[in-house]
Design a protein around this ligand. Structure first.
Ligand code: ADP
Ligand code: MG
Length: 306
């Protein structure tokens, strides 16, 4: 038995002469939160729509729980729950009534289950209110509650936090994390924000122009590439000149706002660099490890667009 729940195999979508998704190979493993990252227009939604059998690939296939989507069609999606757009509800009806209608469950089971899931997403006390009075974040949560009714083993969410305010984003993120922990569901979630994926995903793939650019464990990717430190000191220009005379610190440059210096450096060598500067008479007020994956991600995208 493989622990791979979802696999795209050379998945490709061509619109006229634009390759929206280009021979994409990704694998989502049992129980993980998989981040599917890429800037707007990268091909995330197109990929997700192909996975959900809403549109058909030009080439390639998707394997879900070992079944070929090409062969099994919708049957391959029985254990999958997805929220791909802003979920559509009947605005004049309550959340409870929406869940009853859209959930398609048999009556006696329905009410108890629905309330359990509304409780789960933090909407129990608003269950009787018309959905048109809900915020965007509440709509997203209701969307999640609805797919939970199906008790899916794989949840696919296309940019679940886009358009939410920071508090709403946090709530949705936490909910996804909890569902993953409590129920062991596997989650595939797309985002155009690296930090979001970083916060909850264990593995990720970055796509750009429909192509896979990097993939792997978030932890490993975060360690990848040159790590940098931002040094806050009283005389940045002088300190930079001083550092540049040392071959180990030849990458030293003034930080964007002029208030410090950036140097490429492994994190474990920070104390050593600190001592060097202090011994040379510089006041060092902070040494801050930089989030290099962000830079890496941006370079990847900008480099490609140039
Ligand atoms: P993302 O979700 O990552 O923002 P999309 O998958 O929506 O990206 O879009 C990928 C590319 O495919 C974009 O260039 C987009 O304009 C194009 N595209 C998406 N849907 C269609 C369509 N129905 N017809 C033509 N081009 C499309
Ligand atoms: Mg999209």
């Amino acid at each position: 038995m493989t622990d791979i729940i979802l696999r795209t195999i050379n998945l490709t979508k061509r619109y006229k002469n634009r390759l929206a998704v280009d021979h994409l190979n990704i694998e989502v493993r049992q129980g993980e939160i998989f981040g599917f990252l890429g800037p707007n227009g990268a091909g995330k939604s197109t990929t997700i729509r192909m996975i959900l059998h809403l549109i058909f690939p030009t080439e390639g296939d998707v394997e879900i729980f070992g079944a070929s989507l090409k062969e099994a069609g919708h049957r391959a999606l029985e254990r999958v729950g997805a929220v791909v757009e802003k979920p559509a509800f009947y605005g004049h009806l309550s959340a409870l009534r929406n869940m009853e209608i859209l959930g398609g469950l048999q009556k006696p089971v329905a009410r108890r289950k629905i309330m359990e899931y509304l409780e789960r997403v933090g909407l129990a006390d608003r269950a009787g209110d018309p959905v048109r009075t809900y915020s965007h974040g509440m709509n997203q949560r209701l969307g999640l509650a609805l797919i939970l009714l199906k008790e899916p083993q794989l949840i696919i969410l296309d940019e679940p936090t886009t358009g939410l305010d920071p508090q709403g984003m946090k709530e949705v993120r936490e909910l996804i994390l909890e569902l993953s922990r409590e129920r062991g569901v596997t989650v595939l979630l797309s985002s155009h924000l690296l930090y979001e994926v970083e916060m909850i995903a264990t593995r990720m793939a970055i796509i750009h122009h429909g192509r896979l650019r990097v993939g792997g464990s978030v932890h490993d990717l975060l360690k990848q590439g040159p790590s940098e430190v931002l040094i806050k000191t009283d005389r940045p220009a002088e300190a930079m000149q001083f550092l540049k005379t040392n071959e180990s610190y030849s990458s030293a440059r003034i930080h964007g706002d002029g208030g410090g210096i950036n140097v490429e450096l492994d994190q474990e060598r920070i104390p050593e660099l600190n001592r060097l500067l202090v011994n040379a008479g510089f006041n060092v007020s902070a040494m801050i490890p930089q989030r290099t994956l962000e830079t890496y991600f941006l370079n990847l995208i900008e480099g490609h667009e140039a």
